[in-house]
Design a binder for this molecule. Sequence first.
Ligand code: NAD
Length: 540
Amino acid sequence: MATAHESDGALGDLMDPELPASTYVLEPDVVAPLVRRVATSQDAGTHRSTLPFTGAPLAAIPLSSPDDVAAAAGRARAVQRDWSQQSFDERARVVDRLGALVLQRQSEILDLIQMESGKSRRSAFEEVADIAQTCRHYVVRGRRYLADRREPGALSVLTGARVHRRPVGVVGVIAPWNYPLTLALSEAVPALLAGNAVVLKPDPQTTLSALWAAELLAEAGLPDDVLTVVAGGGDVGAALVEHVDHVAFTGSTATGRKVAARAGERLIGATLELGGKNPLYVAADADLEAAVPGVVRACFSNAGQLCMSIERLVLHERIADEFLERFVEAVRGLRLGGELDYTADIGSLVSADQLEKVSRHVDDALAKGARALVGAVHRGDVGPYFYAPTVLDDVPADADCLREETFGPVVAVTRVSGDDEAVRVMNDSEFGLNASIWSGDVARARRLAARVEAGTVAINDGYLQAWGSTAAPMGGMKASGLGRRHGREAVEAVTETQSVVAQRGQRFGLSVDSLYALGGELPSRVLTGALSAMRRLRLP
Ligand code: NAD
């Protein structure tokens, strides 16, 4: 990735104090081939994105107007029929190539993801791995998910039903900034494979990663306009909801409610992947040595800016002190940094707004009597938006960080006396996205999981297995969302069933009409007999 300060990718070079405010970090020859893919008539202005590691201007992104969004959706609609009429194999070939290309060209997108989101390279690589995994899964399983189904008709022998899955048409994908590649593609891939066209609206800060994904799809053979990127903020997202047949929204619960309300008025489907306040329980029988690195990752990957990130640590009182001693030591050893390589454990927060929210939650908890076991400081020495990974103990019940999503590297500890109390504490939240249970007895952990109100529960892992199990649905209960991504459910969300029911036996006079032609009470008697027999035979 060429930057204005071409280098070995070290942050020091990007932090040139002489950098004039008007100079963008990314060279025009890197940005131009990407931004030409924005659906824009060039009159909606530009957005200046920022390099989170330094706060320097990163790139100027042309924005789409509401009219541009309408035009993009119109073009998508025009090409969708042809795309849906290609065979499954032809569509799968494009997705398969995308999966191969993303692995081959990973260094480009790793740089771009890091520069737009401020995350560590390892977190960026998780996105590359996720898209390779998603493509492979749907190429292998997609045919089965889309296959016609035979079902018995009203009268088993006389009628037969076939259920077909048809693409809804144009799917709008609205994505946040925290996983710029994953959230651009993870719902677009099943939608495209099912024969839909997609209009994608990324967050303004991470538009280049989404454009790179669009470029890669074109290289993989996706026909023009089958996937289009519109650029802008909430107004562009709201405009998109007006023109699509299904909206796949990932973002905050507050915005999700608005999107759901408008989708409801328009009677279009909406998949809503929203926020969380995810708990992790370490039971008394957990292997603490194995748990510590896993729990560190669960709380601090992507600096906690992860919907599935753990923000509430529920510890059995028998192991709490020993666990915290080891855990805090491991957290203290985490290395913060903004290099475009694998040296840092944790990157930056994405923006001044995120820094403000994280600092506010920590300060509120401390003011109300919480104790910081580690962290609780802004690390301006590393970069303007870095925040130290933070563990808070003795957090009072009215602290904001126990109720609201912090979306940062902050975890609050609660001690419990047993499993029942742990379940009660875990469920004491308006959210229900992800939960994690660490125990030496997986069967026991499964029984506990059945009592936890969360769309995913990871046993002896934080989030990676729950997200990465692409065949299994993922999404939120309660205020964490509606509908599911991944697996069969993602395909079902962007297709509609059509049941085609055929009446057989007409030639032999066995139709419903010939039955009704008997007149009077006789048809009812015959049907009563038939229904009783079907019940005895347990016919479905
Ligand atoms: P956000 O709700 O502010 O924005 C998300 C997207 O919606 C952005 O593209 C934004 O431009 C757009 N948008 C804003 N207003 C809109 C409107 N009225 N109509 C349509 N679109 C609109 O969220 P954010 O702060 O950018 O992202 C962080 C949130 O995303 C966190 O709450 C996090 O938990 C959540 N998230 C959830 C998942 C999941 O799978 N459940 C995954 C990642 C992030």
